[in-house]
Ligand binder design. Structure first.
Ligand code: NDP
Length: 507
């Protein structure tokens, strides 16, 4: 594991799949100075405009693709994930993201002309502008060091901000490598910097920046928001989840079973939008459970050794192993059947066996708390109404999925589920469509990443009103007079009272 040594001067980064120490990195001891450097560099970056910034972001994408093997090796080494989870998820997301935000920033952030129906303002030019906030602090978790730390920095930079990224102390190497790549691509000094350290470094960052993008647990998310409140710094939070999957009796059971296994075990189940619990209608419950148990039993696990070598990687964060163990043990003690896996894997590295739990219910933490590991708990339900009620019986609301051949019914069920994203006959891949906003409801977060709102959050809107042709004195200027007031009052009543299009109840 990553340990902080000698009064927090260095962090030893461990490979969770082997237990080896990969590298020691120095802790950042002056976050405020780093943010000051970012602030000094930001205005020239903003002045480059969308085109100038896009040129550099596209060169960064080129660098990423040319250095794909090195980036993938770094991600795999510090997380212990399967090569596919690094190459096909993280690297591909990064390549998409650099190009997407370079191309879309002008569309999402270009000046917007608006018109007003208010007669007092008629004739003026009205514009909404999106100006960068200045310096964005990105605080990231350990499960996706490229997607969830670097990935959030890309739209922030495309919007004209400087960024300081604080990756998890467990996985700092990817962000440091991307910093090198961005420099090679011509990014000016100070626009992307990596602050290394634990929660105290995160707190110092919150104190100094103009906006915080945080991904991690709900518990830490609350602390981040409390801290940011001291300086009235805006926050965007993507927090925990307990994503439900509903399988209706008319679903393609084979596809549903394959999807359940993949989206619960991919990245070792350490994905914010992993399938964390499954509700299956009674008529197909036994068939579904048999299928997922057989498929999970065949999954290969161990230290990754290149493409196709394993399916399910390591548990990246040491305390996570205890959480997974506790949830499985509690379910077992309360009567759940363990149909595959169920315990820590023996041998080197930190692994938990891919696990299927059947006959679970909401008295078990495996169904109510975020497990964040390779587990698939499956519960039998009488009908869709019961499945929806149970899906919504959670403090979380990140994402959900519904499997049915009747897609119209699937869409109707989606609109009854309390979650920021719902897939019908799929799961999680909505995250790859950067055009779609992605954010949690309830205790799963605040704000979104992706889509127009996912870049506008890195800006402040500025309302611009320009009066070009105007009299020396407007009718409502001082001095007030009874005659003018009466005239204007009559005008207001006529304007709003007689015209039904202005929301009046007039005839
Ligand atoms: P945390 O939420 O604790 O950590 C996320 C980031 O916040 C890390 O960089 C962490 O630093 C930093 N941090 C910790 N304390 C503070 C603070 N007071 N102020 C500012 N930043 C802080 O998540 P963990 O990584 O510890 O994981 C805990 C749980 O969160 C998991 O069990 C899982 O359930 C959930 N999780 C959810 C994710 C998601 O994508 N929704 C991703 C990862 C985890 P450092 O780690 O270096 O101490």
């Amino acid at each position: 594991m990553a340990t902080v040594e000698q009064a927090q001067t260095t962090i030893a980064v461990e490979n969770p799949a082997t237990g080896e120490i990969i590298r020691e990195v120095p802790v950042t001891n002056d976050v405020a100075a780093m943010v000051a450097r970012a602030r000094a560099a930001q205005s020239a970056w903003e002045a480059l405009g969308f085109e100038g910034r896009a040129r550099i972001l596209k060169r960064a994408r080129q660098w990423l693709l040319e250095h794909a093997d090195e980036v993938v090796a770094t991600i795999v080494a510090e997380t212990g994930k399967a090569e596919e989870d690094a190459r096909l998820v993280e690297l591909a997301y990064g390549a998409n993201s650099f190009g997407f935000w370079a191309a879309k920033a002008p569309k999402y952030l270009g000046d917007e002309k608006v018109h007003t129906g208010n007669p007092f303002v008629l004739g003026r030019k009205l514009v909404v502008r999106y100006r960068p906030v200045g310096v964005v602090g990105v605080i990231g978790p350990w499960n996706y060091p490229l997607v969830n730390s670097v990935g959030d920095a890309i739209p922030a930079m495309a919007a004209g901000n400087a960024v300081v990224v604080k990756p998890s102390e467990v996985t700092p190497l990817t962000s440091l490598l991307i910093e090198e790549g961005l420099r090679a691509a011509g990014l000016p000094d100070g626009i992307y910097q990596t602050a290394i350290g634990a929660g105290d470094v995160g707190e110092a960052l919150i104190d100094a920046v103009d906006m915080v993008m945080f991904t991690g647990s709900t518990r830490t998310g609350r602390r981040v928001m409390e801290r940011a409140a001291r300086t009235l710094t805006p926050v965007s939070l993507e927090l925990g989840g307990k994503d439900p999957m509903i399988v209706l009796a008319d679903a393609d059971v084979e596809r549903a079973a394959n999807a359940a296994v993949y989206y619960s075990m991919q990245n070792g189940g350490q994905t914010c939008i992993s399938i964390e619990r499954v509700y299956v209608e009674a008529p197909i419950y036994d068939e579904f459970v048999d299928k997922v148990a057989a498929k999970v039993a065949k999954l290969r696990q161990g230290p990754p050794a290149g493409p196709g070598s394993i399916d399910v990687g390591a548990i990246t964060f040491p305390p996570q192993l205890e959480i997974v163990q506790r949830h499985v043990q509690q379910a077992r003690d309360a009567g759940a059947r363990v149909l595959a896996g169920g315990k820590q894997r023996e041998g080197a590295g930190r692994f938990f066996e891919p696990t299927v739990l059947a006959d679970v219910d909401h008295s078990m933490t495996a169904m109510t708390e975020e497990t964040f590991g390779p587990t698939l708990p499956v519960m039998k339900v009488a009908d869709a109404d019961e499945a929806i009620r149970l899906a919504n019986d959670s403090p979380y609301g990140l994402a959900a999925s519904v499997f049915t051949k009747d897609v119209a019914r699937g869409e109707a069920i989606a609109s009854r589920i309390q979650a920021g994203a719902v897939c019908v006959n799929d799961a999680a891949i909505n995250y790859l469509a950067l055009e779609l906003p992605m954010g949690g409801w309830k205790e799963s977060g605040l704000g979104v990443r992706h889509g127009a709102a996912g870049i506008r959050k890195y800006t402040r809107s500025q309302a611009l009103l320009v009066t070009r042709f105007a009299p020396k004195r407007e009718i409502h200027f001082f001095p007030y007079s009874a005659r003018v007031t009466k005239l204007l009052d009559r005008g207001v009543k006529l304007w709003y009272g007689r015209n039904p299009r202005r929301g009046s109840s007039a005839p």
